[in-house]
Structure formats: C-alpha cells, structure tokens
Design a binder for this molecule. Sequence first.
Ligand code: SF4
Ligand code: SF4
Length: 132
Amino acid sequence: MKILPEKPPYGADCNRCGACCIAILCPLGARLFRGTTGPCPALTFSPGRADCGLVLDPARFAPPILLAVAGPRKLAEAAAILIGAGAGCDAAVAGEALDPDARRRIDGIAAARRLVAVEALGLWIGTIPKQG
Ligand code: SF4
Ligand code: SF4
C-alpha cells in the first residue's frame, strides 16, 4: 500500500507527497510521455514518499540516444532543474490560495535557473518533436 504524506500548502517545503504528479504531468513529463493527465509514468513510489523517476533513475525513461549522449548523471541533474527541485511546493490544488510571497520566491528561483534550464531542456527533449 502506498502511504504518502498529505500535500503541504503551496510554497512550503516539498514533502514528496506526489500529489502534483498524480494529478497532472509537468511540462517535461508531458513532452516525454505525450500527455498531460496523471499519474505520470515516471512517478516512483517508495514507503512514505514519491519521487520523480527522471531524477531518480533516468535510464529507465530516457530514450536510448539521449542516454548514450548525455549519460544518466547529467540527465538526472537536468531533470531536477526542469522539475523545479528544491524550490518548494509549486503545485496548487483546486481552490488552494496562492501565497503571493511564495509565488514570487518560486518564480525568482525559476528565473535564476532560466539559462541552465534551457540547456537542461536541450539535453532531455532537444531531439523529441512536439505533439501536434
Ligand atoms: S511539489 Fe507539492 S504536490 Fe508535488 S510532491 Fe512536492 S509537496 Fe507534493
Ligand atoms: S516527470 Fe517527474 S516531476 Fe514531472 S510529472 Fe513526471 S514524475 Fe512528476
């Protein structure tokens, strides 16, 4: 049985409850798995926590060509940047108020990472065409 913690408020430290990725895929997951409806195929459960499989074990999910070119460590680091790891809970469930200070802080972290995020995105999906 998967016993996960309850989702914390928006802006709080991420407690790896998995609620975000159970509901909807992040942009990286949506591009890789070609869909937006959760749960994400990369969501990986262990007792008391849910983790992003693209960070935990990218070799399970990366196309072989990306794995050969970038290697699992770089892909894991790139995925962590792209999913906003370390920024706190950036998921708001229906009706949850977005704390403006937390929003500014999270947006600031994303802005500071913009350049490395572009590089990270190129590593993961540079060769994967958009849908449609
Ligand atoms: S970002 Fe929020 S909803 Fe997603 S795993 Fe972390 S705490 Fe849970
Ligand atoms: S790719 Fe990772 S962070 Fe994104 S939805 Fe899937 S499990 Fe969550």
